[in-house]
Design a protein around this ligand. Structure first.
Ligand SMILES: C[S@@+](CC[C@H](N)C(=O)[O-])C[C@H]1O[C@@H](n2cnc3c(N)ncnc32)[C@H](O)[C@@H]1O
Length: 199
C-alpha cells in the first residue's frame, strides 16, 4: 500500500495547503496525509457520512494537530467553492451511485489550479489477485485479512472510466498510476484556471 501513499500528490510546498479527504473511513490515510504536510503548515479535513467511522477516526487520530474529522455527505459538502488546494477520495468513487456527481462536487471544492486525486480498486482486484498479493507481499494477520476482505467486497471501477469522468469534468494534466499489479489505480488531475498547480 505504501507505493500509492507515497505517490499521492500534496500541495507544492504545502505551506498553506488545505486538503480535503472525502470518504475517510477510519482515518488512517487522513493521518498519513496530515503527517506528510505538517512540516509546511498544511492541514487536512477528512469527511465521512458514517458517524461510527468519524467517532473511531477521532478516537484514534483526534490528537493530530493539523487534522479535523467531519461528518457529512461527500456529494454535498457544506464548504464554499474553491476552499481547498487538493481534494482526495480513496476508494469512494467506485462506491457512490453517481460518480460524476462526486467528481463535480470535488471540482467545486477545489480552487482554480488546485488538484483532485482518487484511488480506485480496478476490475483486476478479485479474490485470486488478493491471494497472489498476500503471498507476494508476505502480508499476514490484519493486513492480509483486510486486503482479502476489500477484494471480496469492493465494487471496482475501470481506470478508463475514471479517466473519462475526470476529462468530462474539464480537468487537465490527468495521470493514471497503477499499483499492486494493476489491482489499484490512482488518478490525479488539475482544475484549470490561474494559480499554482499543486502537483
Ligand atoms: C471503502 S471505505 C474507504 C475508507 C478510506 N478512504 C480508506 O481508503 O481507508 C469508504 C468510505 O466512504 C464512506 N462513504 C460512502 N459514501 C459516502 C458519502 N456519500 N459521503 C461520505 N462518505 C461516504 C463510507 O462510510 C466509508 O467509510
Amino acid at each position: 500500500m505504501r507505493d500509492w501513499q507515497a505517490d499521492f500528490p500534496t500541495p507544492r510546498g504545502a505551506s498553506t495547503g488545505a486538503i480535503l479527504e472525502l470518504g475517510c473511513g477510519p482515518g488512517r490515510f487522513s493521518r498519513y496525509l496530515a503527517t506528510r504536510v505538517a512540516a509546511g503548515g498544511g492541514r487536512v479535513e477528512a469527511l465521512d457520512k458514517d458517524p461510527a467511522m468519524i467517532a473511531r477516526a477521532r478516537q484514534d487520530f483526534g490528537a493530530v494537530a493539523n487534522l479535523t474529522f467531519l461528518r457529512g455527505d461527500a456529494l454535498d459538502v457544506a464548504r464554499p467553492d474553491g476552499a481547498y488546494d487538493l481534494v482526495v477520495a480513496a476508494s469512494l468513487l467506485n462506491l457512490v451511485a453517481a460518480p460524476a456527481r462526486l467528481i463535480a462536487e470535488m471540482c467545486r471544492l477545489v480552487r482554480p489550479g488546485g488538484g483532485l486525486a482518487v484511488l480506485i480498486p480496478t476490475p483486476h482486484f478479485d479474490a485470486q489477485q488478493a491471494d497472489r498479493l498476500v503471498r507476494r507481499l508476505r502480508l499476514a494477520g490484519f493486513s492480509a485479512a483486510a486486503l482479502a476482505a476489500w477484494a471480496r467486497s469492493a465494487p471496482s471501477m475501470a481506470p478508463t472510466e475514471a479517466r473519462r469522468l475526470f476529462a468530462e469534468a474539464g480537468l487537465t494534466d490527468i495521470h493514471v498510476h497503477r499499483y499492486l499489479d494493476g489491482a489499484i489505480a490512482g488518478l490525479s488531475g488539475v482544475m484549470p484556471g490561474c494559480g499554482t498547480p499543486p502537483l
